[in-house]
Design a protein around this ligand. Sequence first.
Ligand code: HPA
Ligand code: ZN
Length: 332
Amino acid sequence: MPVVTRDWLNKLPKVELHLHLEGSLEPELMFSLARRNHIELPFATVEQIRRAYRFSNLQDFLDIYYQGANVLQEEQDFYDLTWAYLEKCRQQNVIHVEPFFDPQTHTERGISLATVINGISRALTDGESRLGITSKLIMCFLRHLSEASACDILAQSKPFRDRIIGVGLDSSEQGNPPEKFSRVFAKARELGLLTVAHAGEEGPAEYIWTAINDLKVSRIDHGVRAMDDPKLMAYLVATRMPLTVCPLSNIKLHVFDDMSQHNILDMLAQGVCVTVNSDDPAYFGGYMTDNFVALAQAFDMGKDQARQLVRNSIEASFADESRKRTMRALLV
Ligand code: HPA
Ligand code: ZN
């Protein structure tokens, strides 16, 4: 029996800093959007889709994830996707979220950036007014595409500057190091945007260094390979550079063989600002509570560790100080 129960973990107020909205597309919604938009899916049933969600690595997953996103066509589709995620947050007591979206996945298919951002941000606004869930939106560049393409999207996003807190970097990590995007990240910072980047998921610890030094990130997404480099570990502890770790994702994509091999609680004990997140919950088998439960089952995680993980997320978040204070006070 885990030291903490699922019920206690579900009630614990939580903050999510690493969530791809396209990765929260559940098979049921995929089907209903395909029907609404007259799109043919290569699957006949929800069960068939779920059975296809067996991945041997990141690229394997990304191929299916980009295919799934094809059903998103209209502004209302992006609204429904985001709203479904916020409903999950409400069920699992997630009180603040900083979701990612991948504009190029949609603009490359001829969907306008306005369609994408208007749908998402309308749902986020409703999430705050109706559910009390606060949010900050992060626009990710696809690292398998060129820096020129990222620059183009950044330029297109200028009319929506007030809806976006920062930019990130995702997709195929190996062979696409952070420094490939140094100039577009510099331009983003000049516009006042904050920066984050996926680094050290499948790629080496060196990519974490270049995300920090070249892209001047405020957080590292994943970052679990940091433990390969003692100097980097010392740096992360000294600076409290946050890592947005995604336990279930790491198992599904074989970053670790088994949850018992995961290093998040080891890093927590060493003083790294690690946080728990769900990444692509519709594909990886669970939302925020499920990620905490998976840790509780694999390790004898206690209430103090769970609370510290949430406290780290509050510290690492882009919420303003008064919201942070409110959230901290909820952690009894
Ligand atoms: N890594 C890289 N790119 C992604 C991921 C991830 O875990 N999820 C969605 N895009
Ligand atoms: Zn991710």
